[in-house]
Design a protein around this ligand. Structure first.
Ligand SMILES: [Zn+2]
Ligand SMILES: [Zn+2]
Length: 184
């Protein structure tokens, strides 16, 4: 279950304390409202909701490094996905401001997410969390197939993209003038 937290600067401990008790056990002062936190189990579920991957295992380091640069924390619920219930600060409700109450929003594209899924599953094949297993496996296999069977994108946009990505390579392009003439 989520629990509410309180914070204050404790004169006995000489530092800021965050606690689930409103009244401090050391100095007896009341803490200020500090929002809701998820229990450990709730936090694990929230991680699966966000990433689609298991919250446990050696893939976390790679996944977190790839995924969280694309994650924008919700300012209303501070990444928790829950807030004070209407008219009752002692109860909680799901945050209405973030994507499916995940505590934030993935701001990358579908391609970005598919790339993350491919890279993480390449290194850690059993890292998907529960309900996303089939979906992510499909994305992984499609991405892998596309990589192994490249269809050259010979549109001008595709050529420019390849050039920018690969620094030239296959296509030796010179963009001249205002960019409307291509010497292939
Ligand atoms: Zn205190
Ligand atoms: Zn939110």
């Amino acid at each position: 279950m989520p629990y509410k937290t309180f914070k204050h600067f404790c004169n006995v401990k000489k530092k800021e304390l965050i606690s689930s008790d409103r009244v401090c056990e050391y100095c007896g002062n009341n803490g200020e409202d500090n929002g809701w936190y998820l229990s450990a189990v709730g936090g694990w579920g929230n991680y699966v909701d966000k990433t689609g991957f298991s919250p446990f295992g050696p893939h976390r380091r790679l996944l977190d490094a790839l995924f969280f640069p694309f994650w924008k924390t919700c300012s209303k619920c501070n990444d928790m996905g829950i807030i004070d219930a209407d008219n009752n600060p002692n109860a909680w409700q799901r945050c209405p401001d973030c994507d499916d109450s995940k505590g934030g929003t993935f701001i990358g594209s579908t391609e970005d997410m598919n790339w993350i899924i491919y890279v993480v599953l390449s290194a850690y094949p059993d890292s998907v969390g529960g309900k996303h297993a089939d979906e992510y496996q499909e994305i992984y296999e499609k991405y892998k197939f596309d990589l192994e069977n490249p269809v050259p994108d010979t549109s001008i946009d595709g050529i420019i993209k390849d050039t920018n990505t690969n620094g030239g390579g296959l296509w030796n392009i010179t963009i001249t003038g205002d960019g409307d003439r291509f010497d292939l």
